[in-house]
Design a protein around this ligand. Sequence first.
Ligand code: F6R
Ligand code: MG
Ligand code: MG
Length: 408
Amino acid sequence: MQLIFMAPKTTVSVIKADIGGIPGHAWVHPKILEYASSRLREAVKSGLIIDYYVFNVGDDMSLLMTHNKGIDNPEIHGLAWSIFKEATENYAKKFKLYGAGQDLLKDSFSGNVRGLGPQVAEMEFEERPSEPLIVFAADKTEPGAFNLPMYKIFADPFNTAGLVIDPQMHGGFRFEIIDVYEGKVYLLDAPEHIYSILGLIGTPGRYIIRRIYRRSDLTQAAVVSVERLNLIAGRYVGKDDPVAIVRAQHGLPAVGEVLEAFALPHLVEGWMRGSHTGPLMPAKFVSIDPANKIAMGPKMTRFDGPPKVGALGFQLHDGYLEGPVDLFDDPAFDFSRQVAAFITDYIRRMGPIMPHRLPPEEMEYTTLPQLLSVLKPIPVEEYERNRMKYLSEKVTATVSVTGGGSGD
Ligand code: F6R
Ligand code: MG
Ligand code: MG
């Protein structure tokens, strides 16, 4: 019998949820991050996971976990679910945080958090001799917000010099694009199919880049979470603030090529009331607490935003996470932040007018048609015939108010 030595694979899982904000939808309560960290510390002790980090961007808490159990593992998903559930019960509800438990859409867990509300990005791979890893999280936007940067990183030689220069990347990358409405997957190769790739991903609310592979050996280079809360819930319950993992260097895009794709704050959907277009600002973390493995992320303040993305860099070794390095904490990104602030100022002046406000079918708040339905328009010809009569009448536009909302 021939024995084949198989190096153990490492799985990197990022599972995130908004279980309540302070104040409003601005940030995560530090006690919730501390609670999550203590639970994950126990999970390391029990041998369930190898290492972890807890962080937030805006009002979303992410649990980054490393282990040997593969993706979609019921124990790993169960651990994340119980942390979110118990943090909701013991902290978010007790402190009456805003939107307590808002991303936990279903009560029962049956082995996997997919379809229950949290966002998931996971990748299982054999560690290379040195394994640089970048974990992204964005708030007040949707998974398709990563379409443009992922395309630039893995298909645009004007962003990624390695596509031209590095023989290992010269063969290009394979894109797995998911149609979240139809539940279908498109596999397309760059550079041959870039026009088709762009034709799809230019509609980021529907076609979302989920995984990317190096074509020469099918090494997986990236994964993006694609759960869409509104589709899960059957009604709009918020934009689905996404997470992503990217492996870098040595035949994959360099760390700097990955980050370069975020230098231009492109416009994304989300922001205030999940109903506006705004720039995705590459943001710095507020503080990092290495002893407790907690990174406190950027706050969502101006008009509940603008949408922000944070990037934490690690070196992975045998499942252990060396880091994090707050990768947008570099003066070289200050100008990008200034541009994003300028775009924020510019586009805010459009107020409720499209394209700053989203088209009705993409708005998180579905209440606009209801509000407008009380208006009683007059057929144009009838009005023109009796204009003075209509003008002399009292105008009414009474609205009856019901309920309230809570986005992300
Ligand atoms: C956007 C978001 C927030 C809220 C806004 C209003 O995704 O979460 O911008 O939509 O703060 O929230 P409610 O209606 O709950 O007062
Ligand atoms: Mg929220
Ligand atoms: Mg959020």
